[in-house]
Design a protein around this ligand. Structure first.
Ligand code: FES
Ligand code: FE2
Length: 348
């Protein structure tokens, strides 16, 4: 699909708390969002609890092996049931007044209520959240009316068809807390124009004349051939597939491994990035080699942070409003802005 817009979003999209609130409701409140991987939920009772668009949720592995997801809020007086992070849950008991729920979300006990044996546990059950899996990755959707996950993934499923994602094993997670808008980061990820300026090592390894950005349904895929004269073995980190998925993931697949990133807005000017690194056991990398490959990706990612912070501060002061996008190397940014505009609608 070709981009409909050739200028950036106006600066107030990056600084206005009202627009941010609308984005949380219309984008993060409606799209399928990656929350983790099945390896974190392999055994009955394992859970992961997290916050998405300001709402706390948890996903729990049931005794039947299926996944259930709920809002992390007690039906009595709204306490948070499970602490954020990963854990193992036997009895799901609220820490505030001891209400107990089963792993299907039904209320089982409410201590001190006279009719304790006769209440309707389903009527006071936990608020459910949609949860689905795709190739080991676990996604939730806060919108009960949303379509299925596969439609939500758009062209990501087709673009990764030949990649043996299931074979790869988790190695490590790298997280970052940053002081800019989630779109400031996403713009930067989707922008191939800056590579020679901010990433000299990456630019030296790639033949930038071959760089292509192909936007599909909810994805932007970036291709570039490695430079022929790059030393053998050092281009591996950059070969393969670089894909961004609406609204907030990137996937980098390279020889023997991949990383998947979640771009998690925390406020209009703060975000968290979570990078999970996976490697192919058949590639035979040592732990040190895996660490080195992950560190190469992190170095490229971190090279962008100072500029992103400066961009955010400049957007906040209001001198700059909007600028033109490069018709070859910033079409991913144009496509992203188009999706944001369409999801959020007219500015408040
Ligand atoms: S808020 Fe959970 S038992 Fe009271
Ligand atoms: Fe970059």
């Amino acid at each position: 699909m070709s981009a409909e817009f050739t200028t950036t979003l106006d600066s107030d999209w990056y600084v206005d708390p009202e627009i941010y609130a609308r984005e949380m409701a219309t984008i993060f409140g409606r799209e399928w969002l990656l929350v983790g991987h099945r390896h974190e939920l392999a055994r009955a009772g394992e859970y992961l609890a997290t916050e998405l668009a300001g709402r706390r949720i948890f996903v729990l592995a049931g005794k039947d092996g299926g996944l259930r997801a709920f809002h992390n809020v007690c039906r009595h007086r709204a306490a948070q049931l499970l602490p954020e992070g990963n854990g193992q849950c036997g009895v799901l008991r609220c820490p505030y007044h001891g209400w107990v729920y089963d792993h299907d979300g039904r209320l089982k006990k409410r201590p001190g209520f006279a009719e304790e044996e006769s209440f309707d546990g389903a009527a006071l059950g936990l608020f459910p959240v949609r949860v689905e899996e795709w190739r080991g990755f676990v996604f939730v959707n806060l919108d009960p009316q949303a379509g299925d996950l596969l439609s939500g993934l758009g062209d990501m499923a087709a673009a990764t068809q030949g990649v043996p994602l299931e074979r790869y094993r988790f190695h490590k997670r790298q997280s970052y807390e940053l002081d800019f808008n989630w779109k400031t980061y996403t713009d930067n990820y989707l922008d191939a124009y800056h590579i020679p300026y901010l990433h000299p090592q990456l630019a030296a390894d790639l033949d930038m004349a071959t760089y292509r950005v192909v936007n599909g349904d909810r994805v932007s895929v970036h291709h570039a051939s490695p430079r022929a004269k790059a030393p053998a073995g050092e281009t591996g980190a950059y070969q393969g597939l670089f894909l961004w998925r609406w609204p907030n993931n990137s996937l980098g697949v390279y020889a023997g491994g991949f990383n998947i990133c979640r771009i998690l807005p925390q406020s209009v000017s703060r975000l968290r990035l979570l990078f999970d690194f996976y490697f192919d056991p058949e590639a035979g990398f040592s732990e040190a080699e895996k660490d080195r490959k992950a560190a190469m990706t992190c170095q490229v990612v971190e090279e962008d942070f100072p500029i992103c912070s400066q961009v955010q501060r400049n957007l906040e002061v209001g001198v700059y409003r909007s600028g033109p996008l490069n018709p070859r190397l910033e079409t991913g940014v144009a496509y992203f802005h188009d999706l944001v505009r369409r999801a959020v609608g007219n500015r408040p």
